[in-house]
Design a protein around this ligand. Structure first.
Ligand code: FES
Length: 145
């Protein structure tokens, strides 16, 4: 599959955009400082907080699972049976469990992921969402693939 370029110049803090890569949705989320601050707090509730059993490039093997902390680039396909989760960035979104700090919710069987795509404990999805290969072609163009 060919790489795809995403123009992130109009992406506001807290917003998500989607591009299609190899027939799959790839989400780009511009995380706010507050969203980033909540990530380490989620670690005890996660199945694989350090992404040891999950798929991401080496350069995205860190707390934020990204090259630049501000931008999450992630394949929007649930690691359970392949549904596309919903973006639920707000703390305590109504369809979430208590203590939800914002992230992604899969409506098919209820898997939850944080704003780094890391899976919660006790849900069907076995691993974190996949981080695709990508790089910043310019400050405002992300090349996926
Ligand atoms: Fe997402 Fe089953 S496909 S929870």
């Amino acid at each position: 599959g060919a790489p795809v370029d995403a123009d992130i110049s109009h992406l506001q803090p807290g917003q998500m955009m989607t591009v299609s890569w190899r027939g799959k949705p790839v989400w780009i989320v511009r995380r706010t400082p507050d969203m980033l601050k909540r990530l380490p707090e989620m670690d005890p509730k996660l199945r694989d907080p350090e992404s040891k059993e999950s798929t991401q490039p080496k350069y995205a093997t860190n707390e934020y699972r990204s090259i630049k902390p501000e931008y999450l680039v992630v394949v929007g396909v649930c690691t359970h049976l392949g549904c596309s989760p919903l973006y639920r960035p707000a703390v305590n979104s109504p369809d979430m469990e208590k203590g939800w700090e914002g992230g992604f919710f899969c409506p098919c069987h209820g898997s939850m992921f944080d704003l780094a795509g890391r899976v919660f404990q006790g849900v069907p999805a076995p691993t974190n969402l996949v981080i695709p290969p990508y790089y910043f072609k310019t400050a405002s163009i992300v090349r996926v693939g």
